[in-house]
Design a protein around this ligand. Structure first.
Ligand code: ATP
Ligand code: MG
Length: 420
């Protein structure tokens, strides 16, 4: 232990567990790469106003959870709390939407920062893989994204998750609903902060987790009854496409999500083995966001899946990912001359694409064999003076225990043959 520890609310990924996180990121990215999404990477920090304007002045993310800083040059920056606003900003800045190929489909993977009360599944630094489809209003696009997230989770072996689906309406019908909801909420017995929320963002009151609030919400006007015909038809089409794809979802009219930019389709993936941090991912359509950050009208839809909670979900379901051993061959030299020769063999194996490692540090045969075991390598190659005199190494299969003398020049060939 050094004098320092990882900051509160953060944790380090170290081998061997870290391999799980890589595998989860890859599993989420795979269906996206296979569906026309291009990789995008944006800075870890942005102008703070991008988030306050984009995510919403009254959201928890902006009011309570953002890490903000003033640079020596006087710029107001924030560590990114989410990906969508940054990705849209970057796409607009690069004029990707003007290349005549809409929607612009992008995926990303990275670290996000929120100043939250740390608990299991809720950290101050966490990681997400996300996808955004920018510049098209098409229910098939909303369906595509939900289907791809479902496919990613299933590919990981997850089963105990549910998809919650809702429509938040658009700029035609949502204001009418908002008024009706405000009227209802103002009559309830609520605390000061919640009363303020009624005036700024009444839909989010529906999201209140406290049972005493939920009890009073029975009988509240539901958005579904206020959706305009266009929103209704759009939502029906998304639902039909999901059903046709065999993706099971639940209609959840209380699902509003914590970001202000959503319109029409919103969805959340929840896992039933995670306690109160049950959301493993979420997203929706954000037709107004581009204009909110000074761009042209670009109806868009996207999601972000949490890597940390996805790993917890795997653990909750007892799923062990099949991770291939990172080392195929481990070389154990006996003596100085053998060190030089086997180091050469390892270098050659690596150049030929065989994952190989070496017993460094003169720890003796016992220590070296321990390292070989720990590496998970299927084969060890051992050589001493007598082997070298004969121009061979001993190739040992760690599974069967079988050992064969193999000519030095044939090692790579012999390993590849046996691995195949
Ligand atoms: P919650 O309701 O649990 O706070 P959220 O609605 O704030 O989640 P989003 O902004 O939709 O979450 O982010 C998408 C995903 O990122 C979440 O479903 C979750 O898996 C993950 N995530 C969000 N915040 C955190 C966090 N503080 N720690 C770990 N994962 C997180
Ligand atoms: Mg949150």
């Amino acid at each position: 232990m050094s004098t320092f520890k990882a900051p509160k609310g953060t944790y380090d990924l170290t081998p061997p567990e870290s391999a799980k996180y890589l595998a989860v990121r890859e599993a989420i990215a795979a269906p996206l790469k296979n569906s026309g999404y291009g990789y995008i990477e944006t800075p870890g920090f942005e102008d703070v106003a991008l988030f306050s304007r984009g995510v919403g002045e009254s959201t928890d993310i902006v009011t309570k959870e953002m890490y903000t800083l003033t640079t020596k040059g006087g710029s107001q920056l924030a560590l990114r709390p989410e990906g969508t606003a940054s990705v849209l900003r970057a796409a607009l800045e690069a004029n990707l939407h003007k290349l005549g190929n809409l929607p612009v489909k992008l995926w990303y993977s990275g670290s996000y920062y929120r100043y939250e009360r740390p608990q299991k599944g809720r950290y101050r630094h966490f990681s997400q893989v996300g996808a955004e489809a920018i510049g098209a209003e098409d229910p098939a696009l909303d369906a595509e994204l939900i289907i791809l997230a479902d496919q990613a989770y299933r590919a990981l072996g997850l089963r105990n998750f549910r998809i919650l689906l809702n429509s938040l309406g658009d700029k035609e019908c949502r204001p009418v609903y908002r008024d009706a909801l405000q009227g209802f909420l103002r009559e309830l017995d609520l605390d000061e902060e919640t009363r303020r929320r009624i005036e700024i963002n009444p839909l989010r009151v529906l999201d209140d987790k406290r049972p005493e609030v939920q009890k009073q919400l029975v009988g509240a006007p539901v958005l579904r009854d206020y959706l305009c015909d266009a929103c209704k038809a759009y939502h029906e089409e998304v639902r039909d496409l999901l059903s046709a794809a065999g993706v099971v979802y639940e209609d959840d009219e209380k699902l509003v999500r914590g970001l202000d930019y959503y319109t029409r389709t919103t969805f959340e993936f929840v896992h039933d083995g995670l306690g109160s941090q049950s959301a493993v991912g979420g997203g929706g359509r954000y037709d107004g966001l581009s204009e909110m950050i000074g761009g042209p009208a670009l109806p868009s839809v996207g999601w972000a899946l949490g890597v940390d909670r996805t790993v917890l979900a795997l653990e909750a379901e007892g799923i062990e990912l099949e991770l291939p051993a990172s080392t195929s061959v481990f070389a154990v030299p006996l003596g100085e001359e053998a060190r030089r020769v086997l180091f050469g063999v390892v270098t050659q194996l690596r150049r030929e694409g065989v994952a190989a490692d070496f017993a460094y540090g003169n720890r003796g045969l016992k220590g070296a064999m321990k390292s070989a075991n720990r590496s998970g390598a299927r084969f060890t190659i051992v050589a001493g003076e007598r082997d070298l005199a004969e121009g061979v190494v001993q190739l040992k299969d760690m599974e069967s225990g079988e050992q064969t003398a193999v000519p030095l020049s044939d090692v790579a060939e012999a390993v590849r043959e046996r691995l195949a």
